[in-house]
Design a protein around this ligand. Structure first.
Ligand code: PLP
Length: 397
């Protein structure tokens, strides 16, 4: 009999919650209108997008016009960085490059956008992290100047689950902020949103990235929260658009809205809001049980990253003498899906840039595994996983 498959890679992708799927269904064939059309088909689509926008805005404590829907978190991160650099007025004169500050452990969509902006003339400063994976606040403070367009530090890391001190970072940014709203503080909350409150005013955030596909919503939808200023009925945004066209999404992201995906995203956000605290406790208990079981089988196994400031669903660890890649493949043959490094770079053989930035040697960085739990993870799966790992122990050591 084939073993039931066990999925422990929720940081890479999540299944669509059936409630989300149901909410989306009418918007494929029945309610297929273009939200920009004036007739009733368009109005229904527009109303559905509006409801989703309000739901996302409420989850962040934002105004609905501050939510810019995108096709992915990658696009939202690109818009945050490139848009902030383009939005900051040039001062002119020599040595007046616009500055971007990021951490060494950001997702590739931030790292590579910063790299590209550097090629185009921006100054990029990369802030190191401690061996626990926490951003060095002293170095950040020293790097911050008024000509910084944007500081981008993720809320929680996708590989280790380590949570960054965003409120402290926001305080540092405010200390140098000029009357013109810059530097902006951007945080990639793609992994954090599911388990941590993301009220932008409390965090002191100006730009915040979300992804639908990491919260049991569909692929093809992301969002960037953009803090705006109002003057009369007008709203002013501190970022410039990447995509120009019909002026959708407050002019910051032209292109016909992906209505089914946005409706699904809204429904997924609503569920997260309802389930966040109970799910956080539930997956935490399962994660701890997993770790206890792994330690029993492999007493030399070690966890990567800060143990206190960490998402409850993430377990990133290393077993000395065991190849991470071999273990991943062996587990896959046992019907278990886990990840080595982050999914987006899993096909590359480079060691994880996150673990290297944390000062881990290349062997450990290459051989660490990430297990990430989620809404559909059950206690039985944890027990079964440990049973299958026990079978592999004899083969791998
Ligand atoms: N940011 C973080 C922290 C992520 O984990 C991911 C995906 O793994 C992304 C951004 C990019 O998401 P997407 O590939 O859906 O654009």
């Amino acid at each position: 009999m084939q073993k039931k498959r066990i999925y422990l890679d929720y940081a890479a992708a999540t299944p669509v919650d059936p409630r989300v799927y149901k909410a989306m269904e009418p918007y494929f064939a029945e309610q297929f209108g273009n939200p920009g059309s004036l007739h009733s088909f368009g109005q229904r689509a527009s109303a559905a997008v509006f409801t989703a926008r309000q739901t996302v805005a409420a989850a962040l404590g934002a105004h609905y016009q501050e939510i810019i829907f995108t096709a992915s978190a990658t696009e939202a991160n690109n818009l945050a960085l490139s848009g902030a650099v383009a939005g900051l007025p040039a001062r002119g004169g020599q040595g007046s490059k616009k500055k971007i500050i990021i951490s060494a452990i950001e997702h590739e969509s931030v790292l590579n956008t910063a790299k590209e902006l550097k090629k185009r003339g921006a100054e990029v400063i990369v802030i190191p992290v401690s061996k626990e994976g926490i951003v060095d606040l002293k170095k950040l403070k020293a790097a911050l100047t008024k000509d910084t367009a944007v500081v981008s530090i993720m809320y929680a890391n996708n590989e280790t689950g380590v949570v960054e001190p965003i409120e402290k970072i926001a305080k540092l940014v405010r200390e140098v902020r000029g009357a013109n709203q810059y530097p902006l503080l951007h945080t990639d909350a793609v992994q954090a949103f599911q388990y941590l409150p993301c009220q932008v005013d409390e965090l002191g955030i100006d730009l915040l990235t979300l992804s639908s596909q990491k919260i049991c919503g569909p692929k093809g939808a992301g969002a960037l929260y953009v803090r705006s200023k109002t003057k009369g009925v007008n709203r002013f945004y501190p970022v410039a658009p990447l995509l120009l066209g019909g002026g959708q999404e407050q002019g910051l992201r032209s292109g016909t809205e992906n209505v089914p995906a946005i409706v699904g995203f809204g429904a997924a956000v609503e569920l997260v809001e309802k389930l966040r605290s109970t799910e956080a406790l539930r997956v935490y208990a399962l994660r701890e049980e997993l770790w206890k079981g792994i330690k029993k089988l492999f007493p030399k196994a070690q966890r990567n990253g800060d143990l206190k400031n960490r998402l409850p669903n993430n377990l990133n660890f290393y077993i000395p003498g065991v190849s991470g890649e071999e273990l991943l493949v062996a587990l896959d043959l046992q019907g278990v899906a886990v990840s080595s490094g982050s999914a987006c770079t899993a096909r590359s053989i480079d060691p994880s840039h996150v673990l290297v930035a944390m000062g881990q040697d290349k062997v450990r960085a290459k051989n660490s595994l990430r297990l990430s739990l989620g809404r559909m993870t059950s206690r039985q799966e944890v027990v079964d996983f440990l049973g299958r790992l026990r079978i592999l122990k004899g083969i791998l050591t």
